[in-house]
Design a protein around this ligand. Sequence first.
Ligand code: TPP
Ligand code: MG
Length: 197
Amino acid sequence: MYRKRDDVTIVFMGDGTLGEGSCHESMNMAATLKMPVIYCLINNQYAISTHYREAHPQQQLATWADGYEVPNEVVDGNDVEAVYEAVSRAAERARAGDGPSLLELMTYRWQGHFAGDPAAYRSDEEVAQWKTRCPLKLCKDKLLQERGIEAAELEQLEREADAEIAACVEFALNSPWPDEKDALKHVYDGFEVEDWN
Ligand SMILES: Cc1ncc(C[n+]2csc(CCOP(=O)(O)OP(=O)(O)O)c2C)c(N)n1
Ligand SMILES: [Mg+2]
């Protein structure tokens, strides 16, 4: 913002984040200074084991931003196109100098919060239901059924993506370990921490 560039900052946060006081402070300042920020609230419905409706009075967390007069929308987070369009609208607002937006992307976490979490706080049916709404599957179906993309073309794209990922993994495994002094690189824009011990 101070550099007068048309960059936009996107903050990714979970539904569990809103209980933190710093969220209020951040949004208050961003709204007051009309900063070019997009708050992407990934509402996968659980903060570890707590459903968001058990921890917040709102039906949808997006309206939380109303208190700061920040435009907000609830978006189908499993619909790639809907997310793209909502982020584009918010980026346009940010670049026009109209300040921050909050997007509540509704989705689901298939696994537990961490590797050893049995996720016993929700039913198998609920998980199975959400697995039918896999964002990759929905996107693929849309391309095949509505956009006239051929199945062979998609398979070719998938093969190319798999090969690219395999090459990245190989590169990482064959690379030397990074230097300790590089641990804090790229944390702050234009500011490198020289003496981090
Ligand atoms: C600043 C800070 N406050 C509190 C915690 C404790 N904490 C760890 S996970 C979590 C909830 C995270 O919920 P969410 O963002 O919805 O993540 P999910 O469970 O969906 O992975 C909290 C409060 C933390 N790690 N850091
Ligand atoms: Mg969550």
